[in-house]
Design a protein around this ligand. Structure first.
Ligand SMILES: [Zn+2]
Length: 161
């Protein structure tokens, strides 16, 4: 390229300057983008760390739950075995009554206290209350049909001497 006049030379210099400014602008943008990429990479790393933490905590919790489930299943088996042992010692008729009431009411027995079924709060006749307290035969609550049990109060210790 041949530069002929001073005017043309000036114009060329101006053009070069413009192109150089444009190049600097693009380089700045590239630097900005590189910084942004670095920040994003750090964010990703942080997110991955926190994900790994949560994942590990979930794994630990899952293992604990599985262990607890196993313990509860074992306890349940133990209790069921004990229930069967006890049931085997109860005569057929009261056992049948127990199962029938339990299937109807959920709970087959209720405490009798102060002349009253403590589950449905039905007040019983005086004679029944007197007979029941002897604990010699089974009574059912006339209202809810549950088998009533009576626990005598602990003997009072006399302190007069
Ligand atoms: Zn009752």
């Amino acid at each position: 390229m041949e530069v002929k006049t001073n005017k043309e030379y000036t114009a060329m210099l101006h053009e070069i300057e413009t192109v150089e400014r444009e190049i600097r602008g693009r380089e700045d943008r590239i630097l900005e983008e590189m910084e942004r990429a670095e920040t994003l990479a750090l964010d990703i790393e942080r997110e991955e760390d926190s994900f790994r933490e949560v994942e590990s905590a979930a794994r630990t919790e899952g293992a604990e739950l599985a262990a607890r489930e196993k313990r509860v299943a074992e306890e349940r088996e133990g209790v069921a075995g004990r229930r069967d042992e006890i049931a085997a010692t109860i005569p057929e008729q009261p056992l049948y009554l127990y199962r029938r009431v339990a299937s109807l009411r959920g709970t087959a027995v209720a405490e009798a206290r102060d002349g009253m079924c403590q589950t449905c709060h039905m007040k019983m006749r005086l004679q029944m209350w007197v007979d029941l307290r002897r604990n010699e035969q089974l009574f059912q609550c006339p209202s809810c049909s549950r088998i009533l049990y009576y626990e005598p109060p602990p003997p009072t210790v006399s302190v007069d001497s």
